[in-house]
Write a protein that binds this ligand. Structure first.
Ligand SMILES: *Cc1c(COP(=O)(O)O)cnc(C)c1O
Length: 360
């Protein structure tokens, strides 16, 4: 079976962990500081603050950006639950907007119709590694005086007009969960160009203290350990090469798949293919699920991200009219695109997809 996703862990990661274990200093320390410094080179030199997860990075990012109870934050419903959970955890209300069916990303036109006096932020998600329409969101930010915050959990090295994910919002949060384009085991990174926001983030993640026992504000413990940071540093060095391989794999699939809708690439964008997501036209989850069962029978793994829009999950349970979100939740399937695929794997995927699509 060709797996839908596969974290790559090598001897260098093992040696890095061993180095930390031998040092006897396990919690946040020099490895975390070095990881933050090295990550900064990929986000235009912005301040980087490591966290224990992408969700913590989003949650504390909202607090540090000044998002408060009573505020409304516009987010896509077509995303992972953490996108909206982090808004709610900061005490604000997530307002769900529809998506552009080409990119699967937040639709700026629909977002504009949802802005109210309570709207203080908009959080696009760079879903599947396709950068959101950040040029449009920059304009909307200026026009309405709202903050832009990026959910860059899937956006490592995705770019628009030469600017990487993480270089647009007042804060941007990345994830290092094992299935993401790089991992630290678990972990996250908040990126900001504002030194005060960065300082607040450092306080918030460590009980509100910069100097031990001189706590300035009420904070959390969302620190990253040096063990995780050591893994992340090795993976970060491999990320550009892995991203190129993902792009080459995607190009092969684009050229050879038939009978399905292959991913769109907006002008000026690079796609880092966290997921390679196709559409099975017809607006039928049953048809999509039959397609996936056909792939499984031919030894090709696949996944649906995400089968239920966030607003309809029991945790939010809202009735909203988001037609593109509803349609794509029924039509989308992600195929393997990860850097461990061999040429033979890619050919197996193409043959399986084309045969199953023709038989539906
Ligand atoms: C993975 C992910 C998160 C959460 O990251 P964790 O590290 O798992 O907490 C948030 N948003 C999106 C879009 C994600 O894919």
């Amino acid at each position: 079976m060709i797996p839908a996703a596969k974290p790559i862990i090598g001897d260098e990661e093992r040696e890095a962990v061993d180095r930390v274990l031998r040092s006897g200093m396990l919690a946040q320390g020099p490895e975390v500081a070095a990881f933050e410094e090295e990550f900064s080179a990929h986000v235009g030199g912005r301040h980087c603050v490591a966290m224990n997860s992408g969700t913590s990075a989003l949650h504390l990012g909202f607090i540090a950006a000044g998002i408060k109870p009573g505020d409304e934050v516009i987010v896509p419903s077509f995303s992972f639950a953490a996108t909206a959970n982090s808004v709610a955890l900061a005490g604000a209300t997530p307002i769900f907007a529809d998506i552009d069916p080409r990119t699967f990303n937040l639709d700026p036109d629909h977002v504009e119709t949802l802005i109210t006096k309570k709207t203080t932020a908009i959080m696009p998600v760079h879903l599947y590694g396709h950068i959101a329409a950040m040029d449009r969101f920059d304009e909307i930010s200026t026009k309405y005086g709202v903050k832009i915050i990026e959910d860059a959990a899937q956006g490592h090295l995705a770019s628009l007009n030469g600017r990487n994910a993480g270089e647009f919002g007042i804060v941007a949060s990345f994830s290092f969960y094992p299935t993401k384009n790089m991992t630290a085991g678990e972990g996250g990174m908040v990126v900001t160009d504002d030194a005060e926001v960065a300082r607040t983030l450092r306080l918030l993640r460590n009980q509100g203290q910069e100097i031990r026992y001189k706590n300035e504000i009420i904070g959390f413990n969302t620190r990253m350990t040096d063990i995780h940071a050591a893994i992340g540093r090795v993976q970060l060095r491999k990320l550009p090469g892995w991203t190129s391989t993902r792009q080459a794999n995607a190009e092969f699939l684009n050229q050879n798949l038939q009978g399905v809708v292959t991913p769109y690439l907006a002008p000026g964008s690079t796609h880092s293919y966290h997921q390679y997501t196709i559409r099975i036209p017809g607006g039928s989850a049953e048809k999509r699920d039959a397609f996936m069962a056909g792939l499984t029978a031919k030894g090709v793994g696949s996944g649906v991200y995400y089968p239920t829009p966030i607003h309809r999950l029991p945790s939010f349970n809202l009735t909203l009219d988001l037609p593109e979100t509803e349609l794509l939740a029924k039509e989308c399937v992600s195929l393997p695109v990860h850097p461990s695929l061999s040429q033979a794997d890619l050919e197996t995927i193409v043959t399986a997809v084309n045969e199953v699509a023709a038989s539906l």
